[in-house]
Write a protein that binds this ligand. Structure first.
Ligand SMILES: Cc1cc2nc3c(=O)[nH]c(=O)nc-3n(C[C@H](O)[C@H](O)[C@H](O)COP(=O)(O)OP(=O)(O)OC[C@H]3O[C@@H](n4cnc5c(N)ncnc54)[C@H](O)[C@@H]3O)c2cc1C
Length: 389
């Protein structure tokens, strides 16, 4: 083992998962989180088999299964006619073909399960109200008798401050897209909203994803369309201007969808920023993971999933190799994987938001394909096993 002195900045999904993955390798970590409490940000998350197999190895599956819902299918439907265009049978396929379950849950549930596991683990320490903006910050030295930790893991999200200390690190830019996130009680949801599946409604320039959340007996709704750069913002309550933009984006959609969207009182506004190409470590003692490294649009619902895969592979590399080699291995392996996920996300964006002849071609293609053939298209993504040499 090359280290036992690891500091993690950020107690989101990436930071908490990293602490648990290092603990599994016998390595102590100290997590510094700027918030006074880990808040219920976000709404629903889809956790796919490439990620749930890691959470299972961390011993978290029983807690997840108590809270999440395992959807029957992921279906694609027209946002104009509501007609179903294609389905992927995820419940049947997940354990059998991809070796682990597929679940949907509230982000706060996942975060709470991770926090509970961290708090119970003697190798993990979590410090709240600790904002860290530099790898040289004094706070990071406190648990290490005044010395600098061997490794600082920057899990401080899309607006990472530590990213500035990685030479040639990625830049962040506005993707041109906005997500509006909301939930509605299941009893208030219109009949066309499935209570047992994930549905992506598609129409030119926008799409809408819905799925049930068992913990809150609600339907999670994410609406995504174009917008202009609002500057540094993340999960703010939508005011009149942002709601007007939602209304305008979904003009021309099926009236039942519009009525549903416009009747929700509490909507959260998420401008979507993406990380570009760049280095993720300084070759020595600082590494970026999760959104700090590769913030991506949610077109393949993999942001948190990739953060958890990062955590697993980083702990694996650091537990086996000298630090410089471990960081190089981590970056090479993860950048290859993220590139593929980005490519899939771009394809989904093109297909979901297609218009004119592309839309007609898409609908024809979807109608001709068997559900199992859609599922096999995802083998590389959901059947992936994070490196565990
Ligand atoms: C609309 C939408 C839908 C999504 N759906 C899915 C999905 O279905 N499946 C999926 O896998 N992913 C999904 N994602 C992506 C996922 O939410 C993110 O990729 C994931 O939460 C990133 O986790 P993180 O820990 O890297 O960053 P964050 O969750 O942003 O956590 C960063 C943490 O660092 C802390 N922090 C920041 N700065 C400092 C500092 N200076 N000092 C100390 N602490 C600091 C923050 O307070 C925060 O707790 C979705 C995202 C969006 C926007």
């Amino acid at each position: 083992m090359s280290t036992n002195n690891v500091a993690i900045v950020g107690g989101g999904i990436a930071g908490l998962a990293t602490a648990l993955c290092f603990a599994r390798k016998g390595i102590t970590t100290h997590i510094f989180e700027r918030s006074a409490e880990l808040q219920e940000v976000g709404a629903g998350l889809q956790l796919t088999p490439n990620v749930t197999c890691i959470l299972r190895d961390l011993g978290l599956l029983p807690a997840l299964q108590q809270r999440w819902f395992e959807p029957e299918v992921v279906s694609l439907a027209s946002g104009i006619s509501l007609k179903q265009l294609g389905t992927v049978p995820v419940r049947l396929h997940s354990e059998k073909e991809w070796g682990a379950p597929y679940g949907v849950l509230h982000r706060a549930s996942l975060q709470q399960i991770l926090v509970n596991a961290v708090v119970e683990n003697p190798l993990c320490s979590l410090y709240l109200c600790q904002s860290v903006e530099s790898p040289d910050a004094q706070a990071l030295r406190t648990p290490f008798a005044g010395n600098r930790p061997d490794l600082v893991v920057a899990a401080d999200g899309v607006w990472s401050r530590l990213r500035n200390f990685v030479p040639s690190g990625p830049d962040i830019s506005f993707s041109g897209n906005i997500a509006w996130r909301m939930t509605i009680p299941q009893q208030d949801a219109p009949a066309f909203i499935s209570r047992d599946s994930v549905t992506a409604f598609l129409a030119p320039s926008a799409h809408l994803v819905t799925y049930p959340l068992r913990e809150t007996n609600s339907i999670n709704i994410v609406a995504i369309g174009g917008g202009i750069n609002p500057g540094e913002a993340w999960a703010t309550p939508a005011g009149a201007t942002q709601k007007a933009l939602l209304e305008q984006t979904f003009r021309g959609w099926n009236p039942a969808i519009r009525t549903m969207l416009l009747s929700v009182p509490d909507v959260t506004f998420w401008p979507l920023f993406e990380a570009g190409a760049g280095r993720w470590h300084n070759g020595n003692d600082l590494v970026l993971i999760g959104d700090a490294a590769h913030a991506m649009m949610p077109f393949s619902a993999q942001g948190a999933g990739m953060a958890i895969e990062d955590a697993w592979e980083l702990a694996n590399a650091v537990s086996q190799k000298p630090m410089a080699d471990a960081l190089a291995q981590f970056e090479a392996s993860r950048q290859k994987r993220i590139k593929m996920v980005h490519r899939r996300g771009a394809l989904n964006k093109f297909a979901y938001h297609a218009s004119g002849p592309f839309r007609l071609g898409r609908d024809l293609l979807l109608s001709l394909r068997a559900p199992s053939s859609f599922a096999h298209d995802l083998d590389w993504l959901y059947g992936y096993r994070a490196v565990n040499a």
